[in-house]
Design a protein around this ligand. Sequence first.
Ligand code: AP5
Length: 242
Amino acid sequence: MDAVQMATSPWTWQIAPAPLVRGGPMRVVLMGPPGAGKGTQAKTVADMVGVAHVASGDLFRESVKRGDELGRRFKEYMDRGVLVPDDLTVQVVMERLARDDSRDSFILDGFPRSLGQAEALDDVLGADGRAIDLVINLTVPEETLLARLAGRWLCRACHTSYHTLYSPPIVEGVCDRCGGELYQRIDDREDTARHRLEIYREETTPAVDYYRDRGILCEVPGDRPRDVVTRTLTEAIRQRPA
Ligand code: AP5
């Protein structure tokens, strides 16, 4: 599938399951509105393929947990459901991407989410001949997004995401994966969640369009069972432009 086809004819969930994701460097961005399943899918696919999962929201929440001055600033933005300013966001994500485990391959989750961030990412990668291979945009109807956010529980330790109805943990309040404590995010309250969706439409849509114009965007419906979405994503990644 060539890049033009990717940009004009979005892939769908009917694609046959991929047995394995092919090797080589893999620089993938996972986009989508709050609740689309970015964290759930990025973590699963990154584990399957053995690449770093870099989530801007998780980086900010780790900083908030540390309780330093920067963390207090991040918390103020996040609790209101607005974006952290581009300069701070780019700095935090680029520091993370500079680590050895994400030099060649990574799945970015929640970054970039503004045109400025997308351009900054291209500049940094392009400075030493690297580039994003593929951008996947998970699409989900708004009412489904709000229902997902309302029922979401997260692990404080490993950030695994659960849902009271769709994917409950085996033991209530405890992470299946690492035994960590589960909690609900302040910004998942309905009024804040609706505001985050508005911000997404205003600020992030231009970044989605930027990648569509470059021919590296693939749209994947995220309102399917989790394993179906995972298979579609792995197939999209396997077919990414070389
Ligand atoms: P961030 O943490 O990135 O939040 P978000 O983008 O709003 O996305 P979410 O984490 O809410 O949703 P998700 O798509 O990961 O869904 P999940 O997999 O959990 O950002 C938080 C804040 O940080 C921002 O508001 C901003 O302030 C700041 N920030 C972060 N990045 C920034 C940036 N680049 N620039 C500036 N500021 C930034 O799934 C949701 C629920 O649905 C879960 O319960 C899950 O179990 C369930 N679920 C998932 N998939 C399925 C499925 N297929 N079927 C049924 N249920 C499902």
